[in-house]
Design a protein around this ligand. Sequence first.
Ligand code: PEP
Ligand code: MN
Length: 345
Amino acid sequence: MMIIMHPGAPREQIDAVIAEIEKQKLTSHPIFGVEQTIIGAVGDGHYVAKEIFEAFPGVMEVQRISKPYKLASRQFHEQDSVFQLDGFSIGGIEIPIIAGPCSVESRAQILEIAQAVKEGGANALRGGVFKPRTSPYAFQGLGEEGLEYMVEAREKTGLPLVVEVMAVSQIEMMTKYVDVFQLGARNMQNFNLLRAIGETRTPVLFKRGMSATIEEMLMASEYIISGGNTRVMLCERGIRTFETATRNTTDINAVPVLKKLTHLPVIIDPSHSTGDSAFVSAVAKAGVAAGADGIIVEVHQDPAHAISDGKQSLTPEAFAKMVKQVKAVAEAVDRRLVVSQHATA
Ligand code: PEP
Ligand code: MN
């Protein structure tokens, strides 16, 4: 980083900064100008917060040259990360589709919708059993019972399971059932949870916080990757803006921006980003056109009676239609949907 001193900063202040640079195991490279001194601080890549230097007397500004996130950045890993899930890969040429209800509501519901999304072209089944609801009085999810139903749905369809984990205390139990942990928007900066997920080797679908910047998202993902759990896919799920016509605002820009900044796969969630089934297909196509590596979408057999997020849930018919259109968009940008997944049981 570059530490720019105030014009006329006395030698003692410059020396104090240089001493701190060395204390932080960085090398200092001061450039003494006639009026102003700039000190370069160079390291081996280990993270040192720029705030440490900003607090020193005489420091005018500190500029970081390398990215504050390391393992997630393209500077560190130039090639796209491609990793295997059950029966398909993500991050390569193929675009997997994750679909299913917002919540697992009952055994019959999840078995029926799992079959329907499979027929419509899904490659993985989503379904929440611990729900982060705005109201504590709203349905909170079926918990472990819901996971047992999900496992039955996996046995019947072959679709791997993507399920949100909300607390450190749920990790051990959930590891036995799920193929991918979803880390929800409300927990994006729950650093204890991120560290604990980083210690597992279960792949992660990592959602952007609703008011998180792209840099904050990448920094947060670093908590997981630095624990050794490198199979993280990032998910743009809409951010809060002044716009009230939709539940959130899809930050389509985030897709190519993330693809530039990180090697991790990037997926799009048009359900939570729009909050309205009328707009889901359009935004799913936009996401793929913009370079997304996958889609996660909510589908329900009877959206009007869904326990959560019915308004944004597609019917199985609308889902199948969306998949056909997404396929055409994928091919227009030299990608394709998953061609063959392993045979179902
Ligand atoms: C969900 O996937 O149902 C969910 C709660 O998503 P998010 O964390 O993006 O709000
Ligand atoms: Mn939902």
